[in-house]
Design a binder for this molecule. Structure first.
Ligand SMILES: [Fe+2]
Length: 266
């Protein structure tokens, strides 16, 4: 049987070589364990068991491992200012042998190729087409689990504490651009290159919902409530968060997500 516990210890040992005083680093560790847990849970809900469920869990544990080197080398988690962190994760794991330091007993024989592909694809706007159903399933799993927890991260952690001071050149607040709203209406993720304002960024994060594949992930997002929190019009004091125009756009976004998912978020 695969030892998730040992793999978790191995991961912590690796992460502790980096600056654990840094709140951004600690958030990544927390995110990692949350995603691993979600991957395991989703895998079981999809009828995967034994070694395959363990592999799904392990992919969750490994998917962002390049974040630590990204922070050390470039001082930022913004990929567009540094490196594609998914590629870096896969390169370290499968190019430089980091994956071999993790326990392997109890994993399916093809674990390396599946994990490498799923990890490389986890952050892409759209995953590369494949005719390999097994590969596709693991890729979709990590992508759904990652997005599930990203909603929590975005809803609970202030902007600066998530990305550091290296914010992209965003204007403070400004209604979403027509290109971004076109993505909303077409139910797709927003390419980072077309985001202009912080509100564009906010809308874009929520648009990740359109790419979520499994019923279990959508239900979990609904139950956790973080996406709904991101779509809120008012703060805890009952004050409007956004301008009137932005609030209207947020309503359109919520309507489109609910249409795409076929469920109400509240
Ligand atoms: Fe990631």
């Amino acid at each position: 049987m695969y030892s998730r516990e040992l793999a978790g210890v191995m991961f912590r040992r690796y992460a502790e070589q980096y600056d654990m005083q840094d709140i951004l680093i600690r958030h990544k560790v927390e995110h990692t364990f949350r995603v691993a847990e979600l991957c395991g849970r989703y895998a079981e809900a999809l009828g995967m068991a034994g070694e395959d469920a363990d592999l799904a869990w392990l992919i969750g544990l490994m998917h962002d491992i390049g974040r630590f080197e990204q922070a050390r080398r470039y001082g930022t988690f913004v990929d567009s200012l540094s490196v594609d962190h998914a590629e870096l994760s896969a390169d370290l794991l499968f190019g430089e042998g980091l994956a071999e330091r993790f326990p392997q007993d109890g994993l399916p024989e093809d674990w390396r190729s599946i994990a490498e592909t799923a990890i490389r694809q986890h952050n892409k706007l759209k995953p590369a087409e494949t005719t390999d159903d097994r590969m596709r399933r693991f890729t979709e799993l990590i992508r759904d689990a990652d997005k599930t927890d990203i909603f929590r991260v975005i809803a609970t952690i202030p902007f600066e504490d998530r990305v550091g001071s290296s914010r992209a050149n965003f204007t403070e607040t400004e209604e979403a651009s027509p290109d971004v709203m076109a993505c909303v209406l077409e139910h797709r993720c927003v390419p980072s290159g077309i985001r202009r304002s912080r509100f564009d960024g906010h809308i874009s994060h929520c648009c990740m919902a359109f790419e979520m594949v499994f019923e279990i992930s959508r239900q979990t997002v609904k139950e956790e409530g973080w996406l709904l929190a991101l779509l809120a019009e008012k703060d805890a004091q009952g004050k409007l968060i956004w301008t009137e125009r932005e609030t209207e756009q947020l309503r359109i976004l919520r309507r489109e997500i609910e249409n795409a998912w076929g469920i109400a978020l509240s």
